[in-house]
Write a protein that binds this ligand. Structure first.
Ligand code: ATP
Length: 434
C-alpha cells in the first residue's frame, strides 16, 4: 500500500477504497450516472486518490503522502529526512519528517513514540506543532509545522554572535516554550542551537522532541543520559540520576552564552576533557557581554542543580525585563473539539476563530459525519491534520506567531557606571498561552 493510511492502491483503479472515510468522501459509480451536485474539494481529492492515474502514481512514488503533496528535501537527521510539503486542501506548507521504519531499532522506536506523544500535548507559539502522523508499512511521516527560517546554529555560524536585543528576543521565546513544557511536566532534554528553528517571520520554534520525556512530577528522578554533550548539565556526567527541569535550564544557559558570544562556554578536544570542564563549571564570559546578561549566565551555569536559577527566576531577571510579548491577542481558552465545531449551527459558536475554522472545514467539504468516524482526537487521522492546520492558521491570524519586541532600555551599570533602572514592569513580559 502506498500513500499512507489511505488504501488507494488496488488492482482495478476504479474499485479502490478510501479506508478512513465515510462513503461521502468519494463518488460512487451510481452517483456519476445521475449528474451529481458539484463535488466539494474533499470529494474531488479523495476521488482522485482512488481513480486519477496521475494522483495514484504520485501516491505510489511518494510524491504524495495522504493529503499532502511532497516537494523538495529540507534536511536530514540520524533516522529521518525532512521534506517540504503542502496540504492539498488547506494549501498550507508543512514539514514532513520521513522515517524509514526498517531502520528503527527498538530504542529508536521508543524515542519516536515519546516524540509523538509529547508533541501531541504541546500547543504553544514557540513549539513546532505536530499536525498529523501518516503511516505506511515501511514509513512513518510526522507532519509538522514548517519553520522556514533556518536554525539558530546555522544563523550564528553564518552571521556570528547575535546582538543583545536579538539574543533577548530569542531567549525569551525559548524560555516561554520551556516554561510551558515544564508546567505540563514535559522535559525536552535535547535543547541545542540546532533544535531552535525560526519561521520566515523570525518567530522561534523549539523542535525535536526525540529525547523528551513526560514526568509525573517535576521532582521525579531521571537516569538516561540524553542530549548533546556540550549542552549537558554536570549532573548528567556526575550523578546516577538527575532532575529534568534543571537540565533544560542548563542547556538554555549554554544556548545563551553561544548567542551572545558566538562561542560555546565548554570546549575541549576530547570527551573526557569536556566532561571535566563541565563538571568544574570552568568557563569565562567575555568582559564585553552586558552586565545583566552575565548575571543571568552565572545564575544558570551553576554546577549544583539546586543552586541553579529556576525557569521563573530566569523570567524575572533584569536582562529580560524589556521583552514584551503580543500573545495577549491569542485566546486563552481551549478551542472546541472538531466534533462540536462541525456539529454546531451557524451563530452557536462563541468565538470568531471557531466560526472561521468551521466555515473553512465546511467549504472544503467536511461535515459532522467525518469526525465521528475518523478519530478526530488522534494524530493518525487526516481529519485531525486539516483541523490542526486550520486552527493554527486562525491563531496565526490573531498574532500567535509574532515574535516579541524589546521596549525601552535597561541600562548596564557595569558599562555605564550609572545606577541600573527598571523602565518596564514585570507585568508586560512573558505572557504564556495556556
Ligand atoms: P537528529 O534526529 O539526529 O537529532 P536532527 O535534529 O537534525 O537530527 P531532524 O529533526 O530530523 O533531525 O531535522 C533534520 C533537518 O530538518 C534539520 O536541519 C532541521 O533544521 C530541518 N527541520 C526539522 N524540522 C523542521 C521543520 N519543522 N521545519 C523546517 N525544517 C525542519
Amino acid at each position: 500500500m502506498h500513500g499512507g493510511q489511505y488504501q488507494v492502491a488496488s488492482p482495478k483503479l476504479h474499485h479502490c477504497h478510501y479506508s478512513l472515510t465515510d462513503s461521502s468522501f468519494a463518488d460512487s459509480e451510481d452517483e456519476e450516472a445521475e449528474a451529481p451536485p458539484p463535488r466539494t474539494p474533499l470529494q474531488k481529492l479523495t476521488t482522485d486518490m482512488c481513480k486519477d492515474r496521475k494522483t495514484i502514481k504520485e501516491l505510489m512514488i511518494g510524491r504524495r503522502v495522504g493529503f499532502y503533496k511532497v516537494r523538495g528535501e529540507i534536511g536530514c537527521g540520524t533516522f529521518s529526512r525532512v521534506k517540504m510539503a503542502f496540504h492539498a486542501l488547506a494549501k498550507d506548507k508543512v514539514a514532513l519528517k520521513v522515517l524509514d521504519k526498517t531502520r528503527l531499532d527498538a530504542q529508536a522506536q521508543r524515542l519516536l513514540s515519546k516524540e509523538i506523544s509529547s508533541m501531541e500535548l504541546l500547543q504553544h507559539p514557540n513549539v513546532v506543532r505536530l499536525y498529523e502522523v501518516v503511516e505506511t508499512p515501511s514509513r512513518l511521516y510526522l507532519v509538522l509545522e514548517y519553520a522556514g527560517g533556518g536554525d539558530l546554529h546555522n544563523k550564528i555560524c553564518n552571521e556570528g554572535k547575535c546582538i543583545d536585543n536579538t539574543s533577548k528576543i530569542i531567549l525569551a521565546q525559548i524560555l516561554s516554550a520551556i516554561k510551558y513544557m515544564h508546567d505540563i511536566n514535559i522535559i525536552h532534554r535535547d535543547l541545542k542551537a540546532e533544535n531552535v528553528l525560526f519561521t520566515s517571520s523570525s518567530c522561534v520554534k523549539v523542535a525535536d522532541f526525540g529525547f523528551s520525556t513526560r514526568v509525573s512530577n517535576r521532582t521525579d528522578a531521571l537516569d538516561t543520559f540524553c542530549g548533546s554533550p556540550p549542552y549537558a548539565a554536570p549532573e548528567l556526567f556526575r550523578d546516577e540520576s538527575y532532575l529534568g527541569p534543571p537540565v533544560d535550564v542548563w542547556a538554555m544557559g549554554v544556548l545563551l552564552f553561544f548567542m551572545v558570544t558566538g562561542t560555546m562556554p565548554f570546549r575541549a578536544e576530547t570527551m573526557g576533557k569536556l566532561r571535566r570542564c563541565i563538571i568544574d563549571g570552568a568557563y569565562t564570559i567575555p568582559p564585553w557581554v552586558a552586565g545583566p546578561c552575565q548575571k543571568l549566565i552565572r545564575g544558570i551555569l551553576r554546577p549544583v542543580p539546586a543552586d541553579r536559577y529556576a525557569v521563573d527566576q530566569m523570567m524575572g531577571c533584569d536582562w529580560l525585563l524589556p521583552v514584551e510579548f503580543p500573545w495577549s491577542l491569542v485566546r486563552q481558552k481551549p478551542v472546541s473539539s472538531l466534533q462540536s465545531l462541525l456539529g454546531s449551527e451557524y451563530g452557536e459558536l462563541e468565538e470568531e476563530e471557531e466560526e472561521e475554522i468551521r466555515s473553512s472545514l465546511e467549504e472544503l467539504g467536511f461535515t459532522s459525519v467525518h469526525p465521528r468516524i475518523n478519530r478526530p482526537t488522534d494524530s493518525r487521522s487526516p481529519v485531525t491534520g486539516v483541523y490542526r492546520i486550520l486552527l493554527h492558521r486562525a491563531q496565526k491570524r490573531r498574532g500567535c506567531d509574532c515574535p516579541p519586541v524589546v521596549r525601552g532600555m535597561v541600562r548596564d551599570p557595569k558599562r555605564e557606571g550609572l545606577g541600573a533602572y527598571r523602565g518596564l514592569r514585570h507585568t508586560s513580559k512573558l505572557c504564556l498561552l495556556s
